[in-house]
Design a protein around this ligand. Structure first.
Ligand code: UT7
Length: 339
């Protein structure tokens, strides 16, 4: 990104997970799997499941209210609401518009952003461009998923992996020596078949046939996505560091997309980072796709693992295929008396 432009930081973070917990032991009762297999192959122990009346915009609303309160920004001060999701309330209208209305963000434009599990980093990248260009002052980026609604609970290859949750950030200007230092976005649509929800769009409109074929469920080639993920994490981290003129030795903390502890540990090893400087919560939430990075960010902040001035790398990968990295020199707005 152009370092001549204004810097952009994260003024507040907020998250929300549904109350209902689904453990591996409970999953053993409904599908041919075991706690031992899930833990050893993925690191996941449990995940959250949204209540029947909760949709993605509802989860995002809780998270976003908390992010606004933490940032000290009122909903009417937002210029833009971006919602990254693979599980919108409906195909349209955009869930971001529903969220905008529920928040009372009456001065904000709103749109959804679909970039698989990479959506949250894509969203922050877009938000930072609006702010750096002076087109927006405060932008809310929400990542929210109700993935349990699109899982085939008879398919052990996928149903054990995902969970529901939401996380939001409020982004605004940061001082010149803090904020986002670099961003790198990637995509390769030739890998689109590896992770998809085939039906319900214009190619395969929902019909009794698509339902009979199970095309309304998430489908994934896990082994191929795994290989891609390992490469994508490493490349994205390397690229954002290169663009900022830094090396792995300059990284204080890593927030990787939470899909599998084996993928996370590989990324940490490649960057020579001990695991106490890497965010991990996939054990408790599973893969929450576009929500995983803000969930991990807030936990790390609350645990005091990220301090003012730290170089924090966020990396993600997902359906599309997409991948991205973002390097931010953390600015603690509260410690520095607000915006
Ligand atoms: O955010 C992006 C979304 N996706 C991902 O990040 C997923 C990336 N991929 C992965 O994390 C891993 O590939 C998985 C966790 C999905 C699978 O792990 P794996 O080590 O690649 O296992 P595998 O697919 O090679 O399957 C090994 C065996 C198979 O049995 P056979 O064919 O060797 O007899 C599977 O049928 O494990 C079996 N298996 C299971 N067994 C018990 C697959 N799922 C399960 C299960 N319980 N839930």
């Amino acid at each position: 990104m152009n370092s001549e432009k204004s810097r952009v930081g994260i003024a507040g973070v907020g998250t929300y997970v549904p109350e209902r917990v689904l453990t591996n032991l409970q999953l053993q009762e409904i599908v041919d799997t075991s706690d031992q297999w899930i833990r050893s192959r993925t690191g996941i122990c449990e995940r959250r499941v949204a209540a029947d009346d909760e949709a993605a915009s509802d989860l995002a609303l809780h998270a976003s209210r908390r992010a606004l309160a933490n940032a000290g920004v009122g909903p009417d001060e937002l210029d833009l609401v971006i919602m990254a999701t693979n599980t919108p309330d409906m195909l349209f209208p955009a869930s971001a518009c529903l969220l905008q209305d529920k928040l009372g963000a009456k001065n904000a434009g709103a749109f959804d952003l679909l970039a698989g599990c990479t959506g949250f980093i894509y969203g922050m990248a877009v938000a930072s461009q609006f702010i750096a260009a002076g087109t927006a002052r405060n932008v809310l980026v929400a990542g929210s998923e109700v993935l349990t609604r699109i899982l085939n609970w008879k398919d052990r290859n996928t149903c054990v992996l995902f969970g529901d949750g939401a996380g939001s950030v409020v982004m605004t200007k940061a001082p010149d020596d803090r904020g986002i230092l670099s961003v790198a976005l990637g995509s390769d649509g030739s890998g689109g078949d590896l992770l998809k929800l085939p039906a319900g769009g214009s190619l395969f409109p929902a019909s009794t046939e698509t339902v009979a074929r199970g095309q309304h469920y998430l489908q994934m080639n896990g082994r191929e996505v795994f290989k891609f993920a390992v490469r994508a994490m490493e490349d994205s981290a390397g690229e954002v560091l290169r663009r900022a003129g830094l090396t792995g030795a300059d990284v204080d903390f890593l927030i990787p997309h939470q899909a599998n502890t084996r993928i996370i540990e590989h990324a940490a090893k490649k960057m020579n980072l001990p695991m106490d400087r890497v965010a991990v919560n996939v054990d408790r939430y599973g893969n929450t796709s576009a929500a995983s990075i803000p969930l991990a960010l807030e936990e790390s902040l609350q645990a005091g693992k990220i301090k003012d001035g730290d170089n924090v790398v966020m990396v993600g990968f997902g359906a599309g295929l997409t991948w991205a990295g973002l390097l931010i020199k953390w600015y603690d707005y509260k410690a520095n008396n607000g915006r």
